[in-house]
Design a protein around this ligand. Structure first.
Ligand SMILES: Nc1ncnc2c1ncn2[C@@H]1O[C@H](COP(=O)(O)OP(=O)(O)OP(=O)(O)O)[C@@H](O)[C@H]1O
Length: 373
């Protein structure tokens, strides 16, 4: 797939900016805080309706404005699509495809696919499980857009169950609490099972690809394993069995839940374990080795999305090339070649190979404006 144009209106520090992409690789150059990452973030939003920066919509809308709009034309094997995402300070969003407004956001997801890679991704190794769950969920949204809906339903039930626990844990006796909770338990188990099974399937597919990339980058000296460790024990990926295990665990933890007034069981407490040579990646080795791991994950995401959607997704490289040593840079560049349309941000062109510079479109970014070369 190929992103042909992008228009940003009142988005972050862009007032009204058109960009035409005319090469497989576009390098956005500029000093810090000029708007390079903002542009990549806009593309990420079109692909996933999420931003890895975890910002609220009111931060995406330009200061002093009520509405921001991101518009793009995208060429796919099936034809050209026009995507529009409108963001509002009050958090309400609307999406349109080819000028027609779309009611369900999941019908918008899956039109543009992109893999985003920034230095924040190192948190996948160093940070807590929430970051890894978010990463996997964002990938799943692109592999199966219906997952966005499934996750939303689960989170909705989870919030309501938590609110119920908080409200009633002190006012109801244990028997009434149990019987009322049973309704929420059933819904939590049904929606949660859908989340768990999809996360499991995605990791089953991603893990071998990531391990292969990792072996190739590290010269086979290190073995990367990615393991889905669901909060509900998962014997096999059968819906009834997962659901039963879910309900059994809720029973086990009932006293603790009442004591703490919050839901302690379910995929909001899942972990995705990353190990290198059987040691947790967080504890294993240098920053360089952790970067190799993240690079392997990103290359695996690219490959898996391509396998599933049958077209190469875009790659958004936010200031990461300079953080990789030369050999890893070359591994990445070899893997990309001209197959994946790539948008790259950098503060200086010095770290780029001259072949790359020759074949790339170079755009200068200054204070929310793009100045062509
Ligand atoms: N809602 C907003 N309204 C106006 N300006 C904004 C808004 N959100 C962010 N900005 C501005 O955008 C700029 C940050 O841009 P961005 O994060 O894209 O930086 P960058 O060019 O990628 O640089 P770096 O290398 O530091 O990441 C800052 O000047 C910030 O003040």
């Amino acid at each position: 797939m190929y992103l042909k144009t992008l228009n940003l209106r009142q988005f972050r520090n862009y007032q009204n900016q058109n960009v035409e992409f005319n090469a497989a690789k576009t390098i956005l150059v500029g000093n810090n805080a000029q708007g390079k990452s903002n542009l990549l973030e806009a593309v990420e939003l079109l692909a996933t309706l999420r931003s890895h920066r975890m910002t609220r919509d009111r931060d995406l809308v330009q200061e002093g404005e009520a509405i921001a709009q991101i518009n793009a034309t995208l060429e796919r094997q099936t034809g050209v699509s026009d995507l529009t995402l409108t963001l509002r300070r009050n958090g309400r969003r609307s999406v349109a495809l080819n000028g027609e407004s779309i009611r369900r956001q999941m019908d918008f997801l899956g039109v543009l696919n992109a893999v985003q890679f920034s230095s924040l991704d190192l948190e996948l190794v160093r940070g807590g499980p929430e970051g890894r769950r978010n990463w996997l969920d964002t990938l799943l949204i692109q592999l199966e857009p219906v997952y966005a809906h499934i996750l939303q339903q689960y989170n909705h039930v989870l919030r309501q169950r938590n609110a119920f626990l908080k409200r009633h844990v002190e006012t109801l006796d244990a028997t009434s609490l149990h019987s009322e909770l049973a309704v929420w338990d059933a819904q939590l188990a049904t929606t949660g099972t859908r989340v768990i099974r999809r996360r499991d399937r995605a990791i089953q597919r991603l893990a071998p690809i990531a391990s292969a990339w990792h072996a190739s980058i590290s010269g086979s000296t290190e073995v990367l394993q990615i393991k889905y460790v669901p909060n509900i024990p998962l014997e096999d990926n059968h819906p009834e069995e997962v659901q039963q295990a879910f309900l059994a665990k809720i029973q086990q933890r009932a006293i603790a839940e009442m004591h703490q007034g919050t839901t302690l069981v379910g995929p909001h407490r899942d972990e995705i374990e990353l190990t290198i040579n059987q040691t947790p990646a967080r504890q294993y080795g240098s920053q360089g080795q952790q970067r190799t791991l993240v690079l392997a994950l990103k290359l695996a995401e690219l490959q898996l999305i391509e396998e599933v959607v049958k077209e190469p997704p875009l790659l958004l490289l936010d200031d990461v090339l300079a953080e990789l040593d030369l050999s890893r840079q070359n591994q990445l560049l070899d893997a990309i070649q001209d197959r994946f349309q790539t948008l790259i941000t950098t503060t200086h062109l010095g770290s780029f190979d001259s072949q790359w510079l020759k074949s790339s479109q170079i755009l200068f970014v200054k204070a929310g404006e793009i100045i062509p070369n």
